[in-house]
Design a protein around this ligand. Structure first.
Ligand SMILES: [Zn+2]
Length: 264
């Protein structure tokens, strides 16, 4: 059995602070422990470039580059300047091993949310994804209605809602429109019965799993440093919610992930 982690942040400083030897020591262990592929996701131009430098060192690792909704307001440059940096990375997408634009979206969790700026970054990056024919990785935190309304405006856009937290009804509508729904360690949390209900309702060919590491470690590691090697616990929780056996599910998830990210 082998797994595909569709969403990880090995550029996060927590790996350097909390793991002996940092990400450089951890990643080879992850690939030796039943994980074949990882999408390493940037959240701003600077760490997207670092994500690319990292993925070039590992055969099974690919990059997603983009500006996260809460990163946008802390960038020094104007949207024109910051998006030009993302475009420069996309111009070399083959050699940079870029398989998606992301993560992008809306995040209304914090008091200082700048909705107009989030909207500008989200929509302009959707247009970049369409221009470069890449799928998008959607970050939707406390913003389900606006995320849904935005992606609906672009019927030709494809991609995944990562660590899905919306309603069952919205998930059903999204998969009908060709979107993928990704499940993180949250599906193993006691207080997340709604996520398990979504998982039950999804067609087999539209689901993915991810870590979102270093965050969202699955039970029994909840609250600890997460990494792709712990994803088998997320697989077990997803298999349990769907009443499927883990090996069959893992094979299906592998096919789905490779299809979405265009990895032959
Ligand atoms: Zn993330």
């Amino acid at each position: 059995m082998t797994l595909f982690d569709t969403h990880a942040h090995y550029i996060d400083s927590r790996f350097e602070e909390e793991y002996e030897g940092g990400a450089a020591a951890l990643i080879p262990e992850v690939f030796a422990s039943g994980v074949s592929y990882v999408v390493n996701v940037g959240t701003n131009p600077e760490n997207s470039l670092r994500a690319i430098e990292q993925v070039k060192k590992y055969e099974g690792m690919y990059a997603a580059v983009g500006i996260h909704p809460t990163d946008g307001q802390y960038l020094k440059g104007t949207p024109d300047e910051e998006l030009a940096k993302i475009r420069a990375l996309l111009e070399k997408r083959e050699e940079n091993k870029i398989v998606a634009l992301g993560e992008i979206g809306f995040d209304y969790h914090y008091d200082d949310t700048d909705k107009p700026l989030q909207t500008e970054y989200f929509e302009r990056q959707i247009n970049l994804a369409l221009e470069y024919d890449l799928p998008v990785i959607i970050h939707d935190r406390d913003a389900h209605g606006d995320c849904f309304d935005t992606v609906r405006k672009y019927p030709e856009l494809r991609g995944v809602f990562h660590s899905y937290s919306g309603s069952r009804e919205m998930a059903i509508d999204l998969v009908r429109r060709g979107w993928y729904i990704s499940f993180s360690g949250v599906i193993s949390f006691k207080n997340a019965p709604r996520v398990r209900e979504v998982a039950q309702a999804m067609p087999a060919d539209r689901i993915l799993i991810e870590t979102d590491c270093p965050y969202l470690a699955p039970v029994p590691y909840r609250g600890k440093l997460n990494h792709s090697g712990l994803m088998r616990h997320t697989l077990a929780a997803l298999a349990d919610a769907r009443g499927e056996d883990e090996a069959t599910l893992a094979e299906q998830l592998m096919q789905n992930s490779r299809r979405l990210f265009g990895i032959a």
